[in-house]
Design a protein around this ligand. Structure first.
Ligand SMILES: Cc1cc2nc3c(=O)[nH]c(=O)nc-3n(C[C@H](O)[C@H](O)[C@H](O)COP(=O)(O)OP(=O)(O)OC[C@H]3O[C@@H](n4cnc5c(N)ncnc54)[C@H](O)[C@@H]3O)c2cc1C
Length: 239
């Protein structure tokens, strides 16, 4: 299957790598040069937070962990550094519509086999001197930070090693599905695909329109939009 991934941030490169693991040879088209700072994925690290109040996020966390484990180490160090995470304070938990007490988060993590300890403020202050904790603290030693820039390089390396391609400095101007597939119109010509995955982050509306639709309904080709929460088909018709 000819698959084009538009956007070479972490979502696009991770999508491409996962496709190669399924035997596909995707082409990633990225408008800027490798290592650029224009999107959201650059920088040395990103927090890997597991203190989520929503079961859906915890499901995604488990899926993501499989990926991080498969990526393993680069330069003798894991791409995911699990040095622990402390959550405290009265704010809403990530992903929660309402304020979930830390005890509930701890229960949810424990139920999934994720280490989670509740500490009182005094114990937390003893463990992490220099920080002031006024209330209960949730500590999970299973969280930490992802080595963001190194992960991007590794995802690209694995994609290319498996027969995929990453084309930088190539902007996609339009995605046009028709009866038999999809035209991906770039600055460097038109690519023909069976499926396009658009992972362009903040540029999504600009490229796909406010509805996320790639164009007029057609049959045959498929376009999916990848967001921060996963890949969701936004238009597909098997014809
Ligand atoms: C400052 C900051 C801090 C953050 N901290 C955390 C954190 O601690 N933990 C965490 O989990 N998340 C964090 N996030 C969120 C996380 O970084 C993003 O969710 C993630 O990087 C999004 O990746 P992406 O691939 O969807 O988007 P991007 O990285 O923006 O990638 C989109 C790519 O599409 C390309 N593109 C756009 N238009 C086109 C086009 N027409 N043709 C070709 N290519 C195109 C862009 O150049 C870009 O490379 C943070 C984000 C920011 C900005």
């Amino acid at each position: 299957m000819r698959i084009v991934v538009v956007g070479g941030g972490v979502m696009g490169l991770a999508t491409a790598w996962q496709l190669t693991r399924r035997g596909e040879r995707p082409i990633v088209v990225e408008r800027f040069a490798r290592g650029h700072h224009e999107g959201a994925s650059h920088g040395e690290t990103r927090n890997d937070n597991n203190a989520y109040g929503d079961a859906h996020y915890l499901d995604l966390l488990a899926l993501a962990r499989e990926g991080w484990d498969a990526l393993g180490e680069v330069d003798g160090e894991p791409l995911l550094r699990r040095h622990g995470l402390v959550s405290h304070g009265p704010g809403p938990a990530l992903g929660a519509a309402n304020r979930a007490p830390l005890a509930e988060l701890a229960d949810a993590l424990t139920a999934r086999g994720i280490p989670a300890d509740l500490l009182d403020g005094a114990e937390a202050a003893r463990r992490w001197p220099g920080m002031r904790f006024e209330s209960t603290v949730l500590y999970s030693r299973d969280a930490g930070v992802a080595r963001a820039a190194a992960a991007l390089r590794e995802l690209e390396r694995r994609t290319v090693a498996a027969g995929g391609e990453v084309r930088g400095n190539t902007r996609v101007a339009a995605i046009a599905p028709d009866a038999d597939g999809v035209d991906v119109v770039t600055d460097a010509g038109v690519l023909r695909a069976d499926v396009v995955v658009a992972t362009v982050g903040a540029w999504t509306e600009k490229l796909l329109g406010a509805s996320g639709d790639a164009g007029p309904a057609a049959t045959g080709g498929g376009v999916t939009r990848g967001g921060g929460l996963g890949i969701q088909p936004c238009w597909r018709d098997a014809g």
